[in-house]
Design a protein around this ligand. Structure first.
Ligand code: ATP
Ligand code: MG
Length: 679
């Protein structure tokens, strides 16, 4: 029996809540996620069947952690069957069973950014020769925005004030037709199609409403309109929806998140029970006060008063560094010192930054110092070219209609199907409206192709056919993948193409890493299939290759590096918030728009509130940009933290500085800040 006594009275009343809409609106570190976990455990103990429980989180990592925590509370057997998923994985689950009703097959491919770009560029080329890859990105951005608002291709209206919207209006329907022909969907379709399915088929809607009797959503402040619509559909009827969130941590407006969803929850779900939590259990007093002081500068927010019963703790240090390299060495120096002084392990430290490119100098020095680290996000493992090549093979084996993947591997590794032959094949397929795969299968009908090329095509088709059969044996998935890699000799191709042998080796290792990822998948899945494996990696939102997976993260005690966006919901004893400079935080894109500054301030708040015991804020005087040194100014958010909470340390000054000098420097800094921002 798990103990509800480890919750305060408000938390307990939320965890014990059984039916009807519930809103938990509370600040960072107040135990919102803990309440969801305890509520699930409580429902299970009350005898609610596990499959009636649905919890939606924002990242796979959060979902994994929540599942583990529930299992710790009630045991693995009782927890079996509950669904703790991200929006995307929940939708894949629903679509796998019913996407036929939308005219797709259930072995559909899921296209991520690179595949989408490839397809859009191709469509733009067909429309005009003048479109750049920047246009492709812009068009894709607009299509994605439309889908997040549930605007379909036929409903999309160009907007006079936005020149690229006319192009988008032309491309969007073509893009959807191409995806359908390839039996592929993109990430936004996963959500939009699920909503369409449920809206158009009442039997399905009834089925899922009946199935998911108890629904919970973490980080509700970041839901966008399509996610909101999905939740409303699923919760309709019983209205058993419990959402938790913090309007001060809404950081996805740029992806269409609408903070009104949480602020209007009570209106949308009449009879909502609202519970507020005000005690913060995560951070020391100084850290919490700094966070409160920063966020109160945002105008549009619900006032909250977060307090902590823990002491004020150590000072927050602002480390003013020379440049990026100095910033990294200051961090490493502190890691060494704190490990020694406070007996911490590497896993207790996190380095957070606004943009992924800021990780480079930290990575270099951590590697140099032999300090283990895990990088979350950045160039994702599955985004690497050599990894995508292997995945493209797997996708074609599963879904030969997937022409983006098919074209990627048709002549990779080189097998004698040259560019002009590929052009002819594509043109023939387009003019005869025969899908590419069928054209290849019946290559004897292909005009204008020499015998050698035809033979190469036949060999390719038979390779795919052979592996389609082999991959049907679930117990041999890993071996079959190994056989595929051996047969393709991709490693030889990489060594041939890559001049630097070290880089080549790393790329080959990355391909081998897919085998580890497969091994992990096999360990976890009761009914493994190739399709299940591809689904897992298509939805990987963190760097969860075999090497960096959760289990190994725990065993390899390592420093965490990640962006502020990815750090949502997490906590670490020691946090380094790097790049506290104008241009980074707030990010330069947002400086001239007050609305966005508020979002940047919320990001800063998220960063500060990740820290439990110690917080270091870092900034550099100068940084290199395109090889040139650029002067930097301290972030305006630093000046919002009361002086008394912040100890400034200037790395340019000798370490044995007297306390007086310290104060002078801090004062100078703040008077500079005041001049800069006039407050
Ligand atoms: P965020 O807004 O950052 O997502 P949160 O509100 O979800 O934060 P949790 O992550 O659930 O907060 O909790 C923060 C920390 O406080 C965790 O370490 C959690 O275990 C701890 N905690 C929460 N409630 C209590 C409590 N009643 N007693 C002791 N510790 C608690
Ligand atoms: Mg949380």
């Amino acid at each position: 029996m798990f103990d509800l006594n480890n919750l305060n009275p408000q938390q307990r009343s939320a965890a014990l809540h059984q039916k009807g809409p519930l809103l938990l609106l509370a600040g960072a570190g107040s135990g919102k996620t803990r309440v969801i976990t305890c509520r699930i455990a409580n429902l299970l103990q009350q005898g609610v069947p596990a499959h009636q429980i649905l919890a939606v989180t924002f990242t796979n990592k959060a979902a994994r952690e929540m599942r583990e925590r529930v299992q710790e509370l009630v045991g693995k057997t009782d927890a079996k069957g509950m669904i703790i998923a991200t929006f995307h994985s929940l939708c894949v689950r629903i679509l796998k069973s019913h996407i036929e009703r939308l005219g797709f097959k259930n072995n559909f491919s899921i296209y991520a950014a690179a595949d989408q770009q490839r397809l859009i560029r191709e469509l733009l080329r067909e429309l005009s020769n003048e479109s750049s890859s920047a246009d492709a990105e812009q068009v894709l951005w607009r299509i994605s925005g439309a889908k997040n608002r549930l605007v379909t291709a036929s409903d999309y209206q160009p907007n006079d004030r936005d020149p690229l919207s006319a192009l988008t209006a032309m491309v969007y329907p073509r893009y959807q037709s191409a995806l359908k022909a390839y039996n592929a969907v993109d990430f936004d379709d996963l959500l939009m199609f699920t909503v369409q399915l449920l809206e158009q088929h009442t039997d399905l809607l009834d089925h899922y409403r009946e199935l998911f009797q108890y629904q919970m959503v973490d980080e509700y402040q970041d839901t966008n309109p399509v996610q909101y619509r999905l939740l409303r559909l699923l919760a309709g009827g019983h209205n058993n929806l419990c959402v938790v969130g913090d309007d001060d941590q809404s950081i996805y407006a740029f992806r269409g998140a609408d903070v009104a969803n949480i602020l209007d929850f009570e209106k949308d779900f009449p009879g909502t029970k609202v519970i507020k939590l005000e005690q913060n259990y995560r951070s020391s007093g100084n850290i919490l006060n700094a966070a409160n002081a920063v966020i109160k500068n945002n105008q549009k927010r619900r006032e909250k008063s977060l307090w902590t019963s823990s002491g004020s703790g150590t000072d927050i240090e602002y480390l003013l560094c020379e440049d990026s390299e100095d910033e990294a060495s200051q961090v490493i120096e502190r890691i060494h010192a704190e490990r020694y002084r406070s007996k911490l392990s590497y896993g207790d430290f996190a380095i957070l930054y606004r943009t992924n490119s800021q990780s480079r100098s930290f990575e270099e020095q951590l590697r140099y110092e032999n300090i283990p680290y895990v990088l979350i996000g950045g160039q994702q493992f599955y985004d690497r070219k050599e990894v995508k090549d292997v995945i493209a093979y797997l996708r074609v084996i599963l879904n030969p209609a997937d022409e983006v993947s098919l074209l990627r591997i048709l002549n990779y590794p080189k097998r004698g199907i040259g560019e002009s032959s590929i052009d002819k094949i594509i043109r023939y397929s387009a003019s005869s409206t025969i899908p590419l795969w069928k054209v290849l299968k019946d290559s004897c009908n292909l005009p204008d192709i020499n015998d050698k090329t035809r033979a190469a095509i036949t060999t390719f088709v038979s390779l795919i056919n052979r592996f389609q059969k082999r991959f049907k044996q679930p117990l041999r998935l890993r071996e079959t993948l190994q056989e595929l890699l051996a047969e393709l000799k991709l490693a030889d191709e990489i060594y041939r193409q890559e001049k630097d042998p070290l880089v080549a080796r790393r790329r080959v290792e990355n391909q081998e890493e897919i085998l580890n990822s497969m091994a992990t998948y096999l360990e976890r899945s009761p009914q493994p299939t190739l399709s299940g494996f591809i689904e897992r990696i298509s939805l990987a939102d963190d760097d969860s290759s075999g090497r960096n997976d959760k289990e190994s993260q725990l065993s390899v005690d390592a420093v965490t590096l990640m962006s502020l966006h990815s750090s949502k919901g997490l906590e670490f004893p020691v946090v380094f918030l790097a790049g506290m400079e104008e241009g980074f935080l707030p990010h330069k894109k947002s400086i001239y728009e007050t609305f966005d500054i508020d979002e940047e301030r919320r990001l800063c708040y998220v960063g500060i509130t990740r820290a439990q015991k110690q917080l270091f804020l870092l900034g550099a005087r100068q940084r290199r940009k395109y090889g040139k040194l650029e002067q930097r100014e301290p972030s305006r958010f630093l000046s919002e933290i009361p002086e008394a909470l912040l100890k400034t340390v200037d790395s340019a000054r000798p370490p044995a500085s007297t306390p007086e000098q310290e104060t002078v420097s801090a004062n100078n800094f703040f008077s500079n800040m005041n001049q800069l921002f006039g407050d």
